[in-house]
Design a protein around this ligand. Structure first.
Ligand SMILES: Cc1cc2nc3c(=O)[nH]c(=O)nc-3n(C[C@H](O)[C@H](O)[C@H](O)COP(=O)(O)O)c2cc1C
Ligand code: SF4
Length: 437
């Protein structure tokens, strides 16, 4: 395998959090001088929609929004679906905790993303597509507006793109800064002017029945930003980057007890220890690694330091990659406090339409708070575990299950620490360098 930096596809460099605000945005001229919009020209002038879908399938690209669905397969479903119109919707809601990868992609290279959306729209037959962006990303929305205008002026967007018969309009839709607003059916509700509430599924998935009942391709910002590279360099080229089972790179958002938090693009399959030590410069104050929390999934612990960060390896270890937000805990940071923080987030973000989710997330957070405060009993721990086993898979979307995976996994790995809170009637780490994140 090549070195980490040789295998970047989407970013030109590491982005420590301290550099985020000063991150430069590539201009259209600079993008064009680096093969920008060449993939679009190739797609429109040399390839049929079906050829592009085949290339994306060959690449092995899987969705970067958290679920890891094979991208080419999803495109094929939308292309084959019947409907008066079709749409592509780029998901840049990014309401998950400690995640900034989509923001970073828009900020550094909006044209790469726009080119990806145009190619995806051509491949599935969409003529009106959407950029669904977190309303708090004000600067990024301005950058997108400017880039869309530039693309239109150069005839990469609008009527008869590059002199062909293909026309496309891309509309920016701001979305509420709520985690659940990023769920793909909640997104459709927002676009149609209603509150962000996911649908019960089945029967309808957006690929067959999405925006205004039309087949809709929903893909994450990271997924779509990869498309120009795949079309230009080929699916085979892409499939050789990263891990065989999960090709390409991923933008990891590294936070927590780390010397250099930031956004790091690494080939999928890179080890956790490499992310922490090579990119993050190790743990703060020489602390020892205790765990990494991956929101919506079980945390991983010291025995997993050499685990490969890809969908399959993490799944085999009982965890998951999600949107690749990695929050590191060093010794001295309370695992109960960290679990509580994540659980509270799920409680606050539940849209409340499914009773098991509304009550389950609130009860779990309440009992975890009691334990963290030194007022918990062993019965409370049993009750949390019972709630976890009853709640898994409940609700219209994955939010409740995400909460369960974090809490259940944390208790599995740190049971002694939970019990110590109960027996000692306080957080045993009080007085240590850091008690909560
Ligand atoms: C509660 C919840 C929140 C989600 N938030 C996002 C999000 O912010 N961005 C995103 O791309 N996908 C999010 N997803 C996943 C989307 O529903 C959808 O699967 C994804 O956008 C598909 O894109 P991909 O195939 O390119 O990954 C969320 C899912 C759930 C259940
Ligand atoms: S599971 Fe929770 S967040 Fe998802 S739709 Fe139901 S109440 Fe809303």
């Amino acid at each position: 395998m090549n070195t980490v930096s040789e295998q970047r596809v989407l970013l030109t460099r590491d982005i420590p959090m301290s550099d985020f605000r000063s991150l430069e945005t590539i201009s259209i001229d600079s993008y064009l001088s680096k093969n920008g919009y060449k993939a679009l020209a190739k797609a429109l002038l040399e390839l049929k929609p079906g050829d592009i879908i085949e290339e994306v399938k060959k690449s092995g690209l899987r969705g970067r929004g958290g679920g890891g669905f094979p991208t080419g397969q999803k495109w094929e479903i939308v292309a084959g679906a019947t409907g008066e119109e079709k749409h592509v919707c780029c998901n840049a809601a990014e309401g998950e905790q400690e995640t900034f990868k989509d923001r970073c992609l828009i900020r550094s290279n909006p044209h790469q993303l726009i080119e990806g959306i145009i190619i995806a729209s051509y491949a599935v037959g969409a003529h009106k597509s959407y950029l669904y962006v977190n309303e708090n990303y004000r600067e990024e929305i301005m950058l997108l507006e400017k880039a869309l205008k530039e693309a239109k002026e150069k005839r990469y967007l609008g009527e008869k793109i590059m002199g062909t018969d293909f026309s496309l309009d891309i509309h920016i839709q701001k979305c509420p800064d709520k985690y659940v607003a990023g769920e793909e059916t909640a997104m459709i509700e927002v676009i149609e002017g209603r509150a962000a509430k996911p649908w019960q599924k089945p029967p309808y998935y957006p690929a067959n029945r999405g925006i205004y009942g039309n087949p809709t391709l929903v893909n994450n910002t990271g997924t779509l930003s990869n498309i120009p590279h795949i079309v230009l360099k080929g699916g085979d080229w892409f499939s050789k980057i990263g891990s065989q089972r999960n090709p390409g790179t991923m933008l990891f958002t590294l936070t927590g007890d780390i010397n250099r938090p930031g956004i790091y693009e690494l080939p999928l399959g890179t080890t956790l220890s490499k992310l922490i030590n090579h990119c993050g410069n190790g743990l703060k104050d020489g602390r020892r690694f205790k765990a990494a929390f991956l929101p919506g999934n079980s945390p991983v612990t010291e025995s997993h330091l050499e685990i490969r960060l890809d969908l399959e390896s993490l799944k085999e270890a009982g965890s998951g990659l999600g949107c690749a937000a990695v929050t590191v805990l060093g010794d001295g940071t309370c695992a109960v406090g960290a679990t509580l923080k994540f659980s509270r987030f799920f409680m606050d973000e539940s849209c409340g339409q499914c009773p098991p989710c509304q009550m389950g997330t609130a009860n779990m957070a309440r009992l975890l708070q009691k334990i963290e405060d030194g007022q918990g009993k062993m019965d409370n721990l049993d009750a949390i575990e019972n709630m976890c086993s009853l709640s898994k898979g409940q609700g219209y979307c994955h939010l409740l299950s995400g909460d369960v995976f974090v809490v259940e996994g944390a208790i599995r790995h740190f049971r002694k620490e939970f019990e110590a809170h109960i027996h000692e009637k306080k957080c045993p780490l009080q007085g240590s360098p850091v008690n909560t994140l």
